[in-house]
Design a protein around this ligand. Structure first.
Ligand code: ZN
Length: 270
């Protein structure tokens, strides 16, 4: 009886401990679905880099707005082939963030595969702009304890959204615009909007509509990092070869590429 009781309590203790470890892991990874600063709106664009990214950046800039681009290493295009446009967005003050290398459902991968997806992307972004992204968005918004734990270990916050334009879901520009209007009519404190840079209609119709709508309703259009009061980038890993100058400890002011960014000509995704 005594032994049975001991075993019972040992079992309970072990399961409580296991739960606690999982809980801690889950909670230790930050998952952001809303901006924190009142009356801020963060427009985000997934699945690039792609052909409309510079148009999107230019339209945002025209209205004094900033956006956030969750880009992949190799989804529709190899990131290195779009290095110039990604740098241009970065120099305009838009935020460059990670959307994994090949856009898998990260919740279906093991820890080492998740790590590989994020590391390859972070390294490519570092090669292009000189810094690693401090924020990542899991493809399909799909994450589990492993994803949040890996992101946390890498110093990254996981970003979801509180508004979905559903441009990915075959909606017309008008339908996405109506979704924006309906959401803004609910007077949300903040807006963290999911869009995709891969659609012509998103870049050239929905975006100007959304910017004007949000600004008319008093929202400040900022990056994800700004709307949550965080820093957009992590320091780069020390570059190889070692003769390059050491990286600066902090993110650069907008409009400046760090001196240590690498020449990515000739780099490929294969
Ligand atoms: Zn995606």
């Amino acid at each position: 009886m005594k032994v049975a009781s001991l075993l019972f309590f040992a079992g309970v203790f072990a399961s409580v401990q296991a739960e606690t470890v999982n809980e801690v892991l889950r909670r230790s990874g930050v998952v952001i679905s809303e901006c924190k600063l009142p009356k801020t709106a963060a427009l985000t664009f997934d699945d690039g880099p792609n052909q409309y990214n510079v148009d999107i950046g230019t339209t945002l800039r025209k209205y004094g707005a900033k956006g956030t681009f969750f880009i992949c290493g190799n989804l529709y295009h190899c990131i290195y082939d779009y290095a110039d446009s990604v740098r241009k967005l970065f120099l305009q003050g838009h935020q460059i963030a990670s959307h994994s290398w090949s856009h898998p459902d990260l919740a279906k991968l093991n820890v080492s595969a998740i790590t590989a997806e994020l590391e390859k992307t972070d390294q490519a972004i570092q090669d292009i702009i000189g810094f690693r992204p401090a924020y990542m968005r899991p493809p399909y918004g799909s994450y589990n304890d492993n994803v949040t734990a890996v992101a946390k270990a890498r110093g990254q916050d996981v970003v979801i959204w509180n508004f979905d334009s559903q441009d990915w879901n075959s909606l017309t520009a008008n339908q996405s615009e109506t979704r924006y209007s309906d959401f803004v009519a609910t007077k949300p404190n903040t807006v963290l909007a999911l869009n995709h840079e891969t659609y012509n209609t998103t870049a050239h119709e929905v975006l100007p509509y959304a910017i004007k709508l949000l600004q008319k309703n008093g929202y400040r259009l900022v990056t994800v990092a700004e709307c949550v009061g965080g820093k957009p980038y992590l320091p780069p890993k020390p570059p190889k070869p070692p003769h390059l100058p050491p990286p600066p400890p902090h993110s650069p002011p907008h409009g400046h590429l760090p001196r240590h960014f690498l020449d990515v000509r000739g780099k490929t995704c294969s």
